[in-house]
Design a protein around this ligand. Structure first.
Ligand SMILES: Cc1cc2nc3c(=O)[nH]c(=O)nc-3n(C[C@H](O)[C@H](O)[C@H](O)COP(=O)(O)OP(=O)(O)OC[C@H]3O[C@@H](n4cnc5c(N)ncnc54)[C@H](O)[C@@H]3O)c2cc1C
Length: 444
């Protein structure tokens, strides 16, 4: 049956969700608190970029828009690690040809909104969600320019309003849903490596660059215009923290000492440091993700996570695909559909959060450890020799649609097995031998 749907938030996940809902024949209205980002010219290289991977692509494909998105995507086949002396090493993400993709968040969001409108969704901007009535699925919005309020009636409300979701806040306040916000003690700041002459990339564009330094790290992803968006992740306070980096001298000394091959690539480092905000990082957990048959959460509103696996958006896109599959299965029984959605997606929300926290340690610390790199080579060799027996954790998360919760569980078991394998005497020399492969076979 055709329904009236209100989506709160025209971010990445809200826009995709609208495509699924209009494809099902529903009337969709999207309300967004910000102004239309398409009205602003995005200054070259100033937009944050995201890693898009298989499960995000699967969700885009299912609703027929992935080819449009691929036009603005840059494949990244490997990590390139930069050590303290500026010496580079590499680690392939998967098998030859397998890659994740760097996409500008602003460009992707603008494209998704464009596609949402083309498919029939009505978008309204400067509309701040203030209240939700879960008895009749109505939402009250305040116009951020005129301050005028209006209440919109619908059959279903979809909360796609991000980590600080007001729809979720109202679920917590009025229906007493579970809620926990866990802020980690690390923050991030974005910096930009400008393009070289004629818009060329000054470092390899088909890789995710990491400067791993133990408790902290810097990463860089390429933009189409030749620039790179870089993110410094570091403790908020204490040693080597944002709290200790204030003056020009402190900032320049830190970068010269810790990231010597990065500093020459950013001529106006301190200006950027001062101009760009330092933002905190955290995890949101809530349950359930629905109210009766009339409201549901998708994306960060339900499961915001720390960005270390590059999976937040991918997980939100997957919510939309799974919701669509459940709507096929349950047809008009929305209550059962929404209950099942909460039940099966919540462990995946938790799973992506566990994976993201664990990958922070991997990225900032282990990618500079030769034993870790060797372990990954052994796993890849075994996976290629016995494809049905082993998929490396990174591949499960980034190159398949295996649920996050299963990936996390299997990944932790694999890690234990690899601890045994890595204890083998002379593993650095023996790793390619048949004995090692047979030993792994006996353990799986
Ligand atoms: C530094 C960083 C790097 C990241 N890198 C990656 C990555 O590489 N790969 C990846 O998959 N994910 C990544 N993520 C996560 C990703 O950005 C989020 O998971 C994704 O943006 C979530 O999309 P969303 O639509 O649910 O929420 P959002 O993108 O936050 O969109 C929510 C929308 O709702 C609007 N809104 C909010 N409140 C209201 C209200 N009260 N009324 C009306 N509108 C409202 C907002 O203005 C916004 O437009 C990263 C995150 C960070 C912080």
């Amino acid at each position: 049956m055709k329904k009236d749907i209100t989506i709160v938030g025209s971010g990445l996940v809200g826009s995709l969700c609208s495509l699924y809902m209009t494809s099902r024949g529903h009337n969709v209205r999207i309300f967004e608190k910000r102004k239309d980002l398409r009205s602003e010219i995005i200054s070259a290289g100033k937009s944050i970029n995201l890693a898009l991977s298989e499960r995000g692509l699967t969700a885009l494909k299912k609703v027929g828009v992935h080819e449009e998105v691929m036009k603005i995507a840059i494949p990244m086949y490997r990590r390139i690690m930069h050590d303290e002396k500026g010496i580079l090493s590499e680690q392939e993400y998967g098998n030859p040809g397998q890659s994740i993709y760097s996409v500008s968040r602003a460009e992707l969001n603008a494209l998704m909104m464009e596609l949402a409108e083309k498919k029939g969704a009505k978008l309204e901007f400067n509309q701040l969600c203030k209240d939700v009535n879960f008895d009749n699925s109505s939402v009250t919005f305040q116009n951020t320019i005129t301050n005028k309020e209006k209440t919109i009636d619908a059959d279903i409300v979809i909360g796609a309003d991000g980590a600080l979701s007001e729809v979720r806040n109202k679920m917590v306040e009025k229906i007493k849903h579970e809620f926990k916000l866990h802020k980690i003690g690390h923050s991030y700041k974005e910096l930009l490596i400008p393009s070289g002459e004629n818009g060329t990339h000054v470092i390899n564009k088909n890789a995710l660059h990491i400067w791993p330094r133990g408790e902290f790290m810097l990463i860089a992803l390429a933009n189409l215009d030749g620039s790179f968006t870089c993110t410094l992740f570091a403790p908020t306070t204490g040693d080597n923290s944002f709290g200790n980096l204030n003056t020009k001298e402190e900032v320049e000394t830190y970068f010269n000492q810790v990231y010597p091959d990065f500093t020459p690539l950013v001529p106006n480092l301190f200006e950027q440091w001062e101009e760009n905000p330092t933002s905190s990082l955290g995890i949101v957990r809530t349950y359930p993700w629905h109210v009766k048959d009339n409201a549901i959460l998708v994306g960060d509103s339900a499961h915001a996570t720390v960005p270390f696996y590059g999976q937040g958006m991918n997980a939100g896109f997957e919510d939309c695909r799974v919701l669509d599959e459940l709507l096929d299965r349950y047809e008009d029984d929305l209550l059962s559909c929404f209950k099942e959605y909460s039940k099966i997606r919540k462990p995946n929300g938790d799973g992506v959060q566990e994976l993201s926290m664990q990958n922070y340690v991997v990225m900032r610390d282990k990618t500079s450890d030769p034993r870790f790199l060797l372990q990954k080579k052994i796993e890849q060799k075994f996976a290629n020799s016995y494809p049905g027996k082993w998929i490396p954790l990174y591949s499960m998360v980034s190159f398949t649609n295996i649920s996050y919760s299963d990936a996390w569980e299997v990944g932790m078991k694999q890690e234990k097995m690899m601890e045994e394998i890595m204890k083998t005497p002379n593993i650095e020399k023996e790793w390619e031998s048949d004995e090692i492969m047979l030993k792994m076979l006996s353990l799986v």
